[in-house]
Write a new protein. Structure first.
Length: 359
């Protein structure tokens, strides 16, 4: 972390030259969203930045963790090394995958089966995906299990989905504990049947210290809901005098979104099945720079081969983040800090108030 980089930080500008020490600057200028560093000094954003045109006044720096941290990470990695499919490259695996599990009802209709069979088959696909994520070292999987709009589906269908969630949690709880899987739930869980709400609170609490893999289940969720609840929480803080309106920033919003339950709130890859080309109000803020993959398969048919196809596609992408393109491998490997530099012409003793104002 940044604080541990001192006194000899490994900061390299994109020219490759080593700079030391870290330019000493005010907190605020580095308050960037996405990956907030625990250091009091800086907040950093995990973003690639090789292709930014460097000018004398605006440069990008790649920030590498301190050497001792690299070692620590290496040990963890080798002791828990996942078995990766041959076609995949370890360096460019997504850390967070999000899925819109679409096409369960169509799958059932195509087979002349009741709608519920489609959802049951969908749960099997989800189990397979969780196993694959654990096996291949993906850290977080977020699935859209029930949207805020799904409450308007026929009552019997809603009840069926609720019972499926309940039985899913009950049946899998032991394996979540055994496999060190953390379960998190995002969405308005107060709308769930009381029994299910209590079950959800219990499994979230019981598994909260598990770190191998995190399954985030979006229930009674929409991206707009999440943004509204975050705004409400921020408004309350302003009202209570804890913060000023000017303190509202990307990182503050990020902290109030329900994805604050994870270390990796921004999915690297979003998969939507069934050929529909929409986001459907899912993780609107968090998908800002996510790579999208649309699969023709209906969700119950989405298995290992289909997931491999999505991952291979992801690994071939060059991620842009609004600037120059970099490979997924590079994107995963570095931290980027944006630093604005002002080069004064005067030597230090002559640096005046006027020049400070100019900067
Ligand atoms: C335990 C647990 C997390 C269960 C999740 C079960 C599951 C697969 C839920 C999917 C929910 C859903 C409304 C999908 C949308 O497609 P659709 O099914 O409405 O299909 P359609 O587009 O063919 O109508």
């Amino acid at each position: 972390m940044i604080s541990s980089l001192s006194p000899q930080p490994l900061i390299k500008p994109n020219t490759g030259t080593t700079l030391s020490p870290i330019p000493h600057v005010q907190n605020q200028r580095f308050k960037l969203a996405s990956h907030v560093c625990p250091s009091e000094l800086l907040s950093i954003r995990k973003r690639p930045g090789s292709a930014c045109a460097a000018t004398t006044q605006h440069r990008r720096y790649l920030l590498f963790p301190a050497e001792e941290e690299e070692e620590e990470r290496e040990v963890k990695f080798t002791s828990d090394a996942p078995a990766l499919a041959e076609e995949l490259q370890r360096e460019s695996m997504p850390r967070h995958v999000a899925v819109i599990m679409d096409g369960n009802r169509r799958w059932a209709h195509l087979r002349g089966l009741p709608v519920g069979s489609g959802y049951e088959a969908g749960v099997k696909s989800l189990k397979t995906l969780v196993e694959l994520c654990c096996k291949w070292g993906i850290r977080v999987l977020t699935v859209f299990a029930f949207s805020s709009d799904n409450w308007f589906r026929p009552e019997v269908e809603v009840e069926f989905l609720m019972s499926l969630l309940e039985s899913g949690v009950k049946e899998e709880k032991e394996s979540f504990i055994r496999e060190r899987i953390r379960i998190s739930v995002i969405g308005d869980t107060s709308k769930l049947p009381k029994r299910l709400e209590e079950l959800v609170i219990n499994v979230v609490e019981t598994t909260k210290n598990n770190t191998r893999f995190q399954l985030i289940v979006a229930v009674s969720y929409s991206g707009q809901y999440d943004l509204v609840q975050a705004c409400q929480r921020i408004a309350m803080k302003v009202k209570d005098g804890l913060i000023e309106p000017n303190d509202v920033s990307e990182s503050l919003i990020e902290q109030e979104l329900e994805t604050n339950c994870t270390e990796f709130p921004y999915p690297d890859l979003l998969i939507r099945t069934s050929g529909e080309l929409r986001i459907s109000n899912f993780m609107l803020w968090q998908l800002a720079y996510t790579e999208l993959f649309f699969s023709q398969s209906l969700w119950p048919d989405f298995g290992e081969a289909e997931f491999l196809e999505a991952l291979k596609s992801f690994q071939q992408r060059r991620r842009h983040y609004g600037s120059g393109g970099v490979s997924s491998e590079f994107a995963n490997s570095c931290y980027v800090v944006y630093i604005e530099l002002f080069f004064a012409q005067s030597p230090r003793p002559d640096f005046s108030e006027a020049e400070f104002l100019e900067s």
